[in-house]
Ligand binder design. Structure first.
Ligand SMILES: Nc1nc2c(c(=O)[nH]1)N[C@H]1C(S)=C(S)[C@@H](COP(=O)(O)OP(=O)(O)OC[C@H]3O[C@@H](n4cnc5c(=O)[nH]c(N)nc54)[C@H](O)[C@@H]3O)O[C@H]1N2
Ligand SMILES: Nc1nc2c(c(=O)[nH]1)N[C@H]1C(S)=C(S)[C@@H](COP(=O)(O)OP(=O)(O)OC[C@H]3O[C@@H](n4cnc5c(=O)[nH]c(N)nc54)[C@H](O)[C@@H]3O)O[C@H]1N2
Ligand code: SF4
Ligand SMILES: [Mo]
Length: 739
C-alpha cells in the first residue's frame, strides 16, 4: 500500500497464502523482532523472533498480545461522527470535507493558531505519521502544537541541544563493556532499557555483566525490581537527583578524579563548572537528596575509578521541576570521567540516516503561547499550557484540535482541567484505534491503522540503536477496509483545506497528479506517500560499515541486518557545536542550578504531607493496553503503595479503600502496604483510569483503575523542559471509612 510498486516491496505475507511474517514490535523502543503466524488475514500467534540478530531477550507479553488491540471489540473501524450524544458511521469523504470546512472557517476568523494538535508516544513509532502531521501543520502555519515531550523526554532534548548542539544528539549505552552502571530514575527490569535509545535485551545484558563482576547501582526512591537486582540501592528523595549528582561532580573535581585529557581537549566551560561546584556544600546537597554523604562520596569514587562506566538517567529524573538540571549533571558525570565515546560508556551511533542534519534543516516555529508566554521546547508546547489556550478568550484561542495517537487527559497533568477544556472546543478530532478518555468529547473519531497493519522504516531513530542496525517493519495483516494511516488523513486534509503540504508550493498539485496516475494505472504505490520517502532515505543513506544501505538489505533480511560493528570515534564529528567541543556548563543550566541551590529545600505544603511517586506496569504501555484481557486477566486496576510505618500512623491496613487528594484533585482506590517506597512516598501506576468507550455498539464505558495524574497540577513547570512535577507532586491520604 505504501511502497512504490507493491511487487518490489520488502518481503511480507500475502495473508491468505503465507503463514509466517517476521517484523518488529513497535510498542516500545526495545523494538523486539517478532515472528507472527497469520491465516485468513488474522494473527494467530506472535512469538519472539529467535533468528533476530539481537532483540528476542526483551520480548514480552505486550508484544505477544499486540493483536488484541487490532481485534479490539470496540475498535473504531470507520469514521464516526458525533450526532447529539451518539456516534454514527460516516464515509471518509464526508469526514474530510466537514473537518476541512470547519477548520478553514475557524482559521479565516481567528487565524491559524485556532487549529491545534496533540500527538502522543505511538506517533513516533510510525515512519510517516509525524512527518506528514508536521507537513500539514506547516501548511496551516499554526503554532498550536502540543506533544508528549513535556511529560516525557524534553529534559534530554534541552540538555542535548545545550551541550552537544542538537536536540537529537542522544548517546547510546555500550552495555556489554560496562563495569559500573549508575542507573538513575529508571526501572529497566520493567521498562526494558528504553528512553530515546534502542538497546534490546539491555537489562539482561547488564545482568550478564554483573555476573562477570560489574556493579549495578540503582538510584530510585522506590526499591524496584531493578533495585532488587542491584548491588547498591540509593533511595533518593523524589525530585532531588540533581543534588546527588552535583555532589558527585564536586567530589570528583575536588579530588582530581576527572579524566584530565577529555576535560582539556573535548570540553569547553570547565572553569564555569568548577566555579559552580566550588560554591556548594556536600552536606547541604546530601541533606537535600537524603543520601548519606559517605555513600555519595563512595559512589563518586567508584564511578570515577571503574574501567568502563555509565550514568543512565531517564523519566525518574526528568518528570520533576528540577529534572533538566538532573539530566544535565548525569551527562556531566559521563563527560568529565571520560565515558563518552569509550568502551563501557556512552557512544554516538551515526545510524544510516543523518537525523541530526535533517533536524537542523527543520524550522521550529518561533511561537509563544499567548497566555503563559512560553516558547516551544523541542518543537512543541507543554501540555501544562493547553487547557488555558483553549479556554481563554481572545484571538489565537485554540478552537479545533486533533489528538493523534495520544491520551493527554490521562498521561498529562491535571486531566480534569484538560477534559473540561476539550469539552469547550468547536471541533475535536481523534485519530486512534479505540475511543479513550481524551477522546470523549470528540466530534469525529477517525480509525487509524495498527503497526501490525502497516509498513515502517523507522529511519529517524536509526542513530538511537546501540548497534548499526536496520529492519523493515513489514506489515502483517491488512487493516480494516475503512481504516487509514495517519499520513493519508493529513494529506487529504491539506488538499481539502488548500494549505500547501510541508509549506511547499506546488506539492499539492503534484500529489493530485500522482493520485490520478495511481488510479489510472491501478498501481497504488505510484501515489506520493511514505513509500517514496523510504526510497529516498535508502538512496540518501550514509555509509555504514563501508557501504550505503541498499533496498535489497531490507527485502532480503526479514530479521533485520546488523550493518557493521559498534564503532567509537563518531562522537566528536557528530557534535553540532561550532567549535566541536562539548559545552559542559551551559549558562542556562548553571543559572538554574544556582537558583535551586539558593532556594530552600522543597517542603510539603500544609495538608499534603506525601509525595506521589510513579510506576509502570510490565503489561501495559502508558495509558493503553490496560484493558486487554490477555494482559490483565481480572482487570483489577491500580493500587496505591504505602509504606507500612506511614500506614500505621494513619490507621490504614492492607486492602483498605483510601482517598488520595491534592490541591487539584482526588481519587479513591485500594491501599497496598509495601516497604518498597521510601517513607513519605505514595506510589501509584500511571496510565490507569482511562475509560474505553463504545461508539459503535453504544455499550457502557469500560473503566480500569484510577488516573493518578488527576492529582498533579500542570503548574509550576521546570522552566527549561516545561515539565510539571509528575512524579513528585504533593498529596495527602485518608482511609475512606474514617471520613
Ligand atoms: N505520572 C506519570 N505520567 C506519565 C508518565 C509517568 O511516568 N508518570 N510517563 C509519560 C510518558 S514516558 C509518556 S510516553 C506519556 C504517554 O502519553 P501519550 O502518548 O499521550 O499516551 P499513551 O498512553 O501512550 O496513549 C497512546 C494512544 O495512542 C493510541 N495508539 C496506539 N497505536 C496507535 C497508532 O498507531 N496510531 C494512532 N493514531 N493511535 C495509536 C492508543 O490507543 C492510545 O489511545 O505518558 C507520560 N505520563
Ligand atoms: N512495561 C512498560 N515498558 C515501558 C513503558 C510502559 O509504559 N510499560 N513505557 C515506555 C516509555 S514511553 C518510556 S519513556 C520508558 C521509560 O523508562 P523508565 O524511565 O525506565 O521508566 P520507569 O520504569 O517508569 O522508571 C522510572 C523510575 O524512576 C523512579 N523515580 C521516580 N521519581 C524519581 C526521582 O525523583 N529520582 C529517581 N532517581 N528516581 C525516580 C520511579 O520510581 C521508577 O522506578 O519505558 C518504556 N517502556
Ligand atoms: S513491548 Fe515488549 S515485545 Fe514490544 S518492543 Fe517492547 S519489550 Fe519488546
Ligand atoms: Mo515515554
Amino acid at each position: 500500500m505504501t511502497a512504490p510498486g507493491a511487487s518490489d516491496a520488502p518481503a511480507r505475507a500475502d495473508a491468505t497464502h503465507t503463514d509466517t511474517v517476521f517484523t518488529f514490535c513497535r510498542i516500545c523502543l526495545a523494538s523486539c523482532g517478532v515472528e507472527v503466524a497469520v491465516a485468513d488475514n488474522r494473527v494467530r500467534k506472535i512469538s519472539a523472533d529467535k533468528q533476530h540478530p539481537h532483540s528476542w531477550r526483551d520480548f514480552c507479553a505486550k508484544g505477544r498480545n499486540a493483536h488484541q488491540l487490532v481485534e479490539h471489540p470496540r475498535r473504531i473501524r470507520t469514521p464516526m461522527k458525533r450526532v447529539g450524544n451518539r456516534y454514527v458511521a460516516a464515509g471518509w469523504d464526508e469526514a474530510i470535507a466537514d473537518i476541512a470546512a470547519r477548520m478553514t472557517a475557524l482559521i479565516a476568523s481567528d487565524g491559524p493558531d485556532a487549529v491545534g494538535v496533540y500527538y502522543g508516544n505511538p506517533a513516533g513509532f510510525s515512519s510517516s505519521n509525524l512527518i506528514f502531521l508536521n507537513g500539514w501543520l506547516d501548511g496551516i502555519g499554526t503554532g498550536s502544537r502540543y506533544a508528549v515531550g513535556s511529560v516525557d523526554q524534553n529534559a534530554l532534548h534541552v540538555v542535548a541541544e545545550a551541550m552537544y548542539g542538537s536536540a537529537l544528539m542522544v548517546p547510546v549505552s555500550d552495555i556489554d563493556n560496562c563495569d559500573y552502571f549508575l542507573l538513575v530514575g529508571t526501572n529497566p527490569a520493567v521498562s526494558a532499557w528504553n528512553w530515546v535509545e534502542t538497546a534490546p535485551g539491555g537489562w539482561r545484558r547488564a545482568l550478564d555483566r554483573q555476573r562477570d563482576g560489574a556493579r549495578i547501582v540503582v538510584v530510585d526512591p522506590v526499591r524496584t525490581e531493578s533495585a532488587d537486582a542491584a548491588d547498591t540501592h540509593l533511595a533518593v528523595r523524589p525530585g532531588q537527583d540533581w543534588a546527588l549528582l552535583l555532589a558527585m561532580v564536586k567530589v570528583i573535581l575536588d579530588e582530581r578524579r576527572e579524566h584530565r585529557q577529555d576535560c582539556m581537549q573535548r570540553v569547553t566551560g570547565m572553569a564555569a563548572l568548577r566555579e559552580l561546584v566550588d560554591g556548594v556544600d556536600v552536606d547541604d546537597l546530601a541533606a537535600r537528596c537524603d543520601v548519606p554523604r559517605a555513600l555519595i562520596e563512595q559512589t563518586a569514587r567508584e564511578f570515577a575509578a571503574a574501567r568502563g562506566a555509565m550514568v543512565v538517567t531517564r523519566t525518574g529524573v526528568s518528570l520533576h521541576l528540577a529534572g533538566t538540571v538532573g539530566e544535565w549533571l548525569g551527562h556531566v558525570l559521563n563527560v568529565i570521567t571520560g565515558r563518552m565515546d569509550r568502551p563501557g560508556g556512552r557512544r554516538f551511533e551515526p545510524g544510516y540516516l543523518d537525523a541530526l542534519r535533517l533536524a537542523g534543516l527543520a524550522k521550529t516555529p518561533d511561537h509563544r503561547n499567548r497566555v503563559s508566554g512560553r516558547p516551544m521546547v523541542a518543537g512543541a508546547h507543554t501540555l501544562s499550557d493547553l487547557p488555558a489556550e483553549i479556554t481563554t478568550p481572545g484571538r489565537g484561542r485554540i478552537r479545533a484540535m486533533v489528538i493523534d495517537a495520544g491520551n493527554p487527559v490521562v498521561s498529562g497533568p491535571n486531566g480534569a482541567a484538560l477534559d473540561d477544556a476539550l469539552g469547550q472546543l468547536d471541533l475535536l478530532v481523534a485519530i486512534d484505534l479505540v475511543q479513550r478518555e481524551s477522546h470523549r468529547h470528540a466530534h469525529w473519531l477517525l480509525p487509524a491503522v495498527h503497526w501490525l497493519e502497516r509498513d515502517d522504516l523507522l529511519a529517524l531513530t536509526s542513530n538511537m540503536h546501540d548497534e548499526p542496525f536496520v529492519q523493515y517493519g513489514a506489515k502483517v495483516v491488512d487493516p480494516p477496509a475503512d481504516a487509514r494511516p495517519e499520513w493519508r488523513i493529513f494529506v487529504d486534509l491539506a488538499l481539502a483545506m488548500k494549505t500547501p503540504l510541508f509549506g511547499a508550493r506546488g506539492l499539492n498539485g503534484f500529489i493530485r497528479a500522482t493520485r490520478a496516475l495511481a488510479r489510472r494505472t491501478g498501481r497504488p504505490g505510484l501515489e506520493f506517500g511514505p513509500g517514496w520517502l523510504d526510497r529516498i532515505i535508502v538512496a540518501a543513506s550514509r555509509k555504514v560499515g563501508g557501504r550505503r544501505l541498499r533496498w535489497r538489505d531490507l527485502t532480503e533480511n526479514p530479521h533485520g541486518k546488523v550493518l557493521g560493528p559498534r564503532e567509537f570515534g563518531h562522537f566528536r564529528a557528530a557534535l553540532r557545536t561550532e567549535d566541536k567541543l562539548i559545552r559542559i556548563a551551559p549558562a542556562e543550566l548553571v543559572a538554574r542550578a544556582r537558583q535551586l541551590l539558593a532556594d530552600p529545600a522543597p517542603r510539603p505544603p500544609a495538608g499534603f504531607p506525601f509525595q506521589l511517586g510513579n510506576r509502570r506496569n510490565r503489561h501495559s504501555m502508558n495509558s493503553y493496553l490496560n484493558e486487554l484481557p490477555g494482559l490483565h486477566p481480572g482487570g483489577r486496576g491500580n493500587r496505591v503503595l504505602i509504606h507500612p510505618d506511614d500506614a500505621a500512623e494513619l490507621g490504614i491496613a492492607d486492602g483498605d479503600r483510601v482517598r488520595v487528594f491534592s490541591a487539584v484533585g482526588e481519587v479513591e482506590l485500594d491501599a497496598e502496604l509495601s516497604d518498597r517506597p521510601r517513607r513519605g512516598l505514595l506510589v501509584m501506576d500511571h496510565g490507569w483510569g482511562s475509560r474505553v468507550f463504545d461508539p459503535r455498539g453504544g455499550g457502557a464505558p469500560q473503566s480500569f483503575g484510577v488516573n493518578r495524574n488527576l492529582l498533579i497540577d500542570g503548574n509550576p513547570v521546570d522552566p527549561l523542559s516545561q515539565t510539571p512535577a509528575l512524579s513528585s507532586g504533593y498529596v495527602g491520604v485518608r482511609r475512606c471509612a474514617a471520613e
